[in-house]
Design a protein around this ligand. Sequence first.
Ligand code: ATP
Ligand code: MG
Length: 425
Amino acid sequence: MIKAVRGTRDLLPPDTELWNFVEHTVREVFARYNYREIRTPIFESTELFSRSVGEETDIVSKEMFTWEDKARAASEKTQTLTLRPENTAGVVRAYIEHELGRSGLLQKLYYIGPQFRRERPQKGRYRQFFQIGAEVLGPTTAGSELPIRDAEVLDMLTALLDAVGLTGWTLYLNSVGCAKCRPAYNQALRDALENVKDQMCGDCQRRSETNPLRVLDCKVPEDQPIIEGLPKIADYLDEGCREHFAQVRAILDTLGIPYQVNERMVRGLDYYTRTTFEFTHGKLGSQSAVLGGGRYDGLSEQLDGPKAPGIGFAIGEDRLVLALQAQQQQTLAPLKAFVVPLGEGMNRHALKLAKQLRADGVAVDVSDESFRLKKSFETAEKLGATFAIIVGENEVKADAFAVKNLTSGLQTTVSRSELLGHLED
Ligand code: ATP
Ligand code: MG
């Protein structure tokens, strides 16, 4: 038997309904904030990710699906390609390639799609997973650098989580400084790590040389007390970064958005500057981050583009759906009625009635005239329908139907014109 590849999975009904509900809500909420959809390719040249996400990150150093794409004609070059592990790099590449900054306006873009990382599969962690993300970026003259943008992004996220019905999340916020002040912090970290790195995990020993900020990301329990004692980034932010962070927090306070400052949260991608954030959810166990994001003021230039500061986030859609399921959120309209044709020639009448109800927005399903009444009722119950509506010869003649409430067991006769009102009571 051929099975789905390790770390990938099939999304089946009824789960797909929750996925669709989430995506539908995303489109609706993001549109209210004037975001528009962008779709970028699912593979890009490897260099795009190594130059943006960063060579020393987990993603680039060990999680990418990369292959050599051999030239097939003299006109082609052999290229090294990678399945996208995240989508911000692709969006910024597209921004540069299509000169989206030329209008002088902020670009507010969102995407929904699969991402790929070769990680150890477990609950909430897959090799193909879905992200819902948004980016706001543009020339500095459009205000892309200003704290109001950071706050608006966070406001949109809380509005989305409200709209899908997720409760009990925590927003962690930090500032990781900028290209001007981060080097001093990196140096302070390096110096402090010099004395303690021998007691740390192998990854941290390597990171303390190559990319000391990444040490703060370490999940090894034994390393945690050591990390607690390392210098704090807040003490190294320069005037501009400190003021920016203070303003972001002031706007969030005004909007009534609750957050906790977490000075250790540096996030796993190198392109972040200033604001970084993460939303976690208690019901998710050890993979508790539902989404993460931050500002990336130098990313466009790092990819040879114009200056285009920006901020964005990516929601792990798989984890959002898991959290909603764990919460047993009744966000979906259950099946309202099961229409039961009874007797020969009744299928077309049953389907006509179903068509009428569906046009009125009611979720209904239909049985078949070859089913016995008992089998139809059993099926209706299995499907979770609230009502069974019987369509037999007498009913068709009278244009009134026997309607059985499957919860109470009560059966009444209801005329076609009164049916909708009866079902919605
Ligand atoms: P984590 O610390 O959980 O590995 P990350 O920092 O690698 O997360 P990001 O790259 O910031 O995550 O991606 C944003 C969101 O995408 C995460 O908060 C998470 O919800 C989701 N995500 C990341 N990797 C996976 C994966 N392998 N499977 C499912 N969801 C994922
Ligand atoms: Mg990760």
